[in-house]
Ligand binder design. Sequence first.
Ligand SMILES: Nc1nc2c(c(=O)[nH]1)N[C@H]1C(S)=C(S)[C@@H](COP(=O)(O)O)O[C@H]1N2
Ligand SMILES: [Mo]
Length: 200
Amino acid sequence: MTVNDVTSIHEEFDGERLPPGQRQTSQFPVLSKGKTPSWDMDTWEFTVTGAVETNCSYSWSEFVDLPSETQRQDFHCVTGWSRFDNEFTGISFPTLAEQAGVRDDAVHVLFGSLDGYSTDLPLNECMREEVLFAFELDDQPLPSEHGGPLRVVTPHKYAYKGAKWVTEVEFLSEPKRGYWEKRGYSQTANPWNEERYSSW
Ligand SMILES: Nc1nc2c(c(=O)[nH]1)N[C@H]1C(S)=C(S)[C@@H](COP(=O)(O)O)O[C@H]1N2
Ligand SMILES: [Mo]
């Protein structure tokens, strides 16, 4: 299996591998706003809506049939810990976007989850190969407390930009605030610039 190592992403942001104010941990703490939700794989459905040419909906088997890849990535939580060298397998955001056909008026993306969580990113910050809809971690099905069956990972952003238990992707013609963005966390969330809190 080929693993694409993207742990040098910090160079693009003129930063060290460990972003300022972070400490490295070998643990994988769980950060969820509530309990791990429940779902049924037979009725699990993933939808792509909004500013797209075609609204799409996938069952689990349809979704995991999309072209997938494995990447070695670092993970930075806004509360101050970073976990290096996670091997996530999943479908990249650009691969998914291509299926639906993104319209010209799409500028932002809102991710929605089974626990009611949401988070927003500009479209150009999503259209990167490192933004993965991940269903495996280190060759194992993604543990449910870490967002399995499917979560988003965003190694160029603090990890709250990666929705666990993701089932909805909405392309937007204007920004929306997600769960933490409404509660004062940064819209932009660049770890090398310590964009932890919103200034407006
Ligand atoms: N659906 C959902 N996604 C979520 C969260 C959440 O509460 N619900 N928490 C976010 C936060 S604040 C962080 S730091 C990471 C934590 O991922 P982990 O629990 O796998 O460490 O998930 C993010 N994605
Ligand atoms: Mo977080």
